[in-house]
Design a protein around this ligand. Structure first.
Ligand code: FRU
Length: 533
């Protein structure tokens, strides 16, 4: 089936076949990046979950290894679920993961590599006295999962946090240990946010407010802030907040309570869930992995024999310019796949027009674009009371004075299929501008049974900054980054006509009052499959 075969990606992580969900235990060890993931060896839907394993030298070209852990003990009989790696100062590696027991109780288990001198860490051993943690009093047996990477306190003890909920309040419990076998529950929880429901896959890590490198998980100090992320089971989105960690009492507080975890910022405003970071000690960066689900039907997944992708790993940094958000950016190694670049310098796109960009097939392509809006239009425009929200708008067809303008991705020559990625600007009562970044899937496919949402949010734009976007297109996935990664949108799209050489690119401007000038650069992307490492 050509339609379905077309959807397989060429530079995103995906297993040969079957179902994948959360990233698990990512780490760098002895020259290799390791990636584990929730995997169903028996089909393209969730179930029979094991830890599959792959390794890479560059985070882009991957080699599959044998399955690392299967459900073969009473304490993980119903699934080897999500967990995280901790590298100890002496080089030992410990893995903590959730097991769903033979009675479906969620417990935490310890595992470690059988042989640290195998650089591929192929064999994993489960600690014989597992589980090391069971749900504490007051916590439901189905609400206790996904332990984090551990961090060291100044007293030399390790701490981890585990998400849960009490009634509808999402919480994160903190445990202390010295040996990863015996744990003590701290009196204080790390944080709680009412109404947010179960917190899955909590992540907790430091970011530097003064340097441009990532930080190892145990780093703390005056020039450090801490990010708390939780995956909201209720709405299937990954929310984060930036705040301050108080080691003495074991709690974390957000910088701005109005944008606390679950009610403020998201890593990504499209499909991106159960994500997890790790510290890459080789390149001194923190890297984020996120699970990108399908937007087609389960029946289609079964027909094509696979479901889900991982997003291109992203570096994560504190935004030292805005001081309110993180910036995420595809790891630099993905740029090694670039070839056949094309430049479109200062293309004038008048209000209400679409301009084709002469590139070869645009199915595997990396795009950067900068937009300048006519100055007079910005200045002369009266303040308007306009309210806007990407998901509640009519998408790229809703015309405003200063938007939408951007790029049509995976568009056929008649524009009967197209995925617009765009900015939309409104002038507010105080004369300031508010910029939105959106992706509109409503016309992404003529097929009836696929997700056709409109994604997006505001993106901070500081005085004097140009509007810029970067878009990675890889068959059925479109990853869009605005303003160097302040706002990100990952989409799954299923065109039927705009495929292979019939997938074209256009720049468009659907604003009514302003012409824009676009400077665009594109690169074809080589496949990362079957390449020698
Ligand atoms: C998140 C999640 C985790 C769990 C795993 C099971 O997608 O539900 O909470 O550990 O997936 O596969």
């Amino acid at each position: 089936d050509l339609q379905l075969a077309w959807q397989k990606t060429s530079f995103h992580f995906q297993p040969q076949m079957n179902w994948m969900n959360d990233p698990n235990g990512p780490l760098y060890y002895n020259g290799w990046y390791h990636f584990f993931y929730q995997y169903n060896p028996a089909g393209a839907v969730w179930g029979n979950i094991v830890w599959a394993h792959a390794v890479s030298k560059d985070l882009i070209k991957w080699m599959d290894l044998p399955i690392a852990m299967v459900a073969d003990r009473w304490y993980d009989f119903n699934g080897v679920w999500t967990g995280s790696a901790t590298i100890l100062p002496d080089g030992q590696i410990v893995m903590l993961y959730t097991g769903s027991t033979n009675e479906s109780v969620q417990v935490q288990n310890l595992a470690y590599p059988a042989n640290l001198s195998d650089p591929l860490l192929r064999e994993w051993v489960k600690y014989p006295d597992n589980p090391v943690l069971v749900p504490p009093p007051g916590i439901h047996k189905l609400d206790f999962r996904d332990p984090t990477t551990a961090w060291l306190t100044s007293e030399g003890k390790w701490r981890i946090t585990i998400g849960s909920k009490i009634n509808k309040t999402g919480i994160s419990l903190v445990y202390e240990t010295t040996d990863f076998k015996n744990f003590e529950l701290l009196d204080n929880i790390l944080h709680a946010v009412p109404t947010t429901g179960m917190w899955e896959c909590v992540d907790f890590f430091p970011v530097s407010v003064s340097e441009s490198n990532g930080l190892d998980t145990s780093i703390n100090g005056p020039l450090v802030k801490h990010v708390l992320k939780a995956s909201m089971d209720d709405n299937r989105n990954d929310y984060y907040a930036i705040g301050t960690y108080n080691e003495a009492n074991g709690t974390w507080i957000p910088d701005n309570a109005a944008i606390d975890v679950g009610i403020g910022l998201r890593y990504d405003y499209g499909k991106f869930y159960a994500s997890k970071t790790f510290y890459d000690q080789e390149k001194k960066r923190r890297i984020l992995w996120g699970w990108v689900t399908e937007g087609d039907s389960e029946a289609a997944d079964v027909r094509k024999g696979w479901a889900s992708l991982q997003g291109v790993p992203r570096t994560v940094l504190y935004d030292q310019k805005t001081k309110t958000n993180l910036v995420q950016w595809p790891v630099e190694e993905v740029e090694n796949l670039r070839h056949n670049s094309k430049e479109f310098d200062k293309v004038v796109v008048p209000a209400g027009s679409v301009v084709p960009l002469d590139v070869r097939a645009a199915t595997e392509i990396d795009i950067t674009a900068e937009f300048e809006i006519e100055k007079e239009a910005l200045e002369s425009l009266p303040f308007s009371g306009e309210e806007y929200s990407c998901p509640d708008s009519k998408g790229a067809t809703q015309r405003g004075a200063l938007g939408p303008f951007g790029i049509l991705i995976l568009a056929d020559k008649n524009l009967s299929e197209q995925t617009p990625v765009y900015f939309y600007i409104i002038k507010t009562f105080n004369g300031r501008f508010k910029t939105f970044f959106c992706t509109d899937l409503t016309r992404s496919s003529v097929a009836p049974d696929v997700v056709k949402d409109i994604y997006g949010e505001t993106v901070p734009v500081l005085k004097g900054e140009r509007l810029s976007m970067r878009i990675l297109v890889d068959h059925s996935i479109v990853e869009a980054y605005a303003q160097n990664g302040r706002t990100c949108i990952t989409s799954r799209v299923y065109p039927t006509k705009a495929i292979y050489k019939d997938a074209k690119l256009y720049v468009f401007n659907n604003a009514t009052e302003a012409s824009v000038t676009a400077s665009i650069k594109t690169w074809q992307m080589s496949s990362a499959r079957n390449q020698v490492m």
